[in-house]
Ligand binder design. Structure first.
Ligand SMILES: C[S@@+](CC[C@H](N)C(=O)[O-])C[C@H]1O[C@@H](n2cnc3c(N)ncnc32)[C@H](O)[C@@H]1O
Length: 324
């Protein structure tokens, strides 16, 4: 097992903590605008994420939140906005300089936001591969643009750690780059490129399988967006490599006997002449009422070959509700 890249990663983020690197992981995702939330500029400059992991739907009933890989603290502040309780958000990072920088940024946030108290955030030194957090104690665990850096063994371990600390029914919310093109080994082994979230990404299907293999019974693909191009002129590749970034939520509920429910934004629409269509497996389709379905149900309904049921393609935008 080669884990030297983990040290390179720590060094890259030590530098990014000491000197904000504005273009490091930029995406098209706008910074959340929330009433009464004034985001310090330094947190925006240190936004090293590739999407958003903050979704009000996950944040009801004062959840206990864990955020791994704190960066400048922007998403921790957004989570604190919803949780507003002492130590409501635990932030874990392995890089001292990043913890110090985010701690300073929270001072700034306290000055700008009368509702925010630094005690809402509990910063802890620790590793994603060995979280300093109790078993079954977290409602929402998040990471943004860190796990894509890990090679397979470490990714498995990091996901297992998230699973361990989540309460039953707890949610793992993640944003990471994914890539459907095979990335040449020379690029995959380039420790700095990997640390910069450019060459470690894997195809979405593999990413989802890694998550479901850990035991998460439900997986939602919430968004998928263009992220980066690695081109032959600037990188060691003979073809263009297109990288996307995804937002995924995995729920720690039991995996059904026939496999996990993966929602990729498919919808079933019944347009027949009966009052409804019932597949007798818990799915009732009312005429012309779109029903969000997981890929398993979409496959089962599709295999009926009915002329009065339409199944949409994956939209890669799943916003809740539906079949399972
Ligand atoms: C790409 S940055 C993302 C930062 C933040 N999530 C954001 O969206 O701005 C990766 C973060 O993970 C931290 N990190 C790197 N290796 C880590 C590890 N093994 N365990 C925990 N944190 C780690 C880095 O210090 C950095 O804060």
């Amino acid at each position: 097992m080669t884990t030297g890249y983990l040290e390179t990663t720590r060094n890259v983020y030590k530098e990014a903590a000491e000197k904000p690197d504005i273009g490091l992981c930029c995406t098209t995702t706008p910074v959340w605008q929330l009433p009464g939330l004034d985001m310090p500029l330094i947190m925006q400059q240190m936004n090293y994420g590739c999407g958003s992991t903050v979704n009000p739907r996950d944040l009801v009933n004062s959840p206990k939140i864990l955020y791994v890989g704190v960066g400048g603290g922007m998403e921790l502040l957004q989570f604190a906005y919803f949780s507003r309780q002492k130590n409501g958000v635990i932030g874990v990072d392995v890089v001292d300089e990043m913890l110090e920088a985010s701690n300073r940024n929270f001072d700034e946030a306290e000055k700008l936001n009368s509702w925010f108290k630094k005690e809402f955030v509990d910063l802890r030194k620790g590793d994603a591969l060995n979280l300093p957090v109790e078993d079954n104690s977290i409602d929402v665990a998040a990471q943004n643009c860190l796990f894509n850096i890990f090679k397979q063994e470490e990714l498995k371990q990091a996901l297992q750690e998230m699973y361990r600390v989540l309460k039953p029914r707890g949610r793992l919310v993640m944003s990471d780059p994914t890539c459907e093109t095979k990335i040449p080994e020379a690029l995959r082994d380039d420790e700095r490129l990997r640390a910069l979230c450019l060459s470690g990404s894997i195809p979405l299907k593999e990413y989802v399988k890694m998550i479901s293999d850990i035991g998460f019974g439900t997986i939602e693909i919430r968004a998928k967006r263009p992220y980066r191009i690695l081109d032959p002129k600037n990188y060691a590749t003979d073809k263009l490599i297109y990288i996307e970034s995804v937002e995924v939520c995995a729920i720690k509920d039991p995996t059904p006997a026939d496999g996990p429910c993966v929602f990729t934004g498919k919808t079933a629409i019944y347009f027949g002449s009966d009052d409804c269509f019932d597949d007798n497996k818990g799915h009732l389709l009312l005429p012309n009422m779109p029903l969000a379905v997981c890929d398993k149900t979409a496959g089962a309904l599709g295999s009926l070959n009915r002329e009065d049921i339409f199944i949409s393609d994956s939209t890669w935008f799943y916003d809740g509700g539906g079949c399972c």
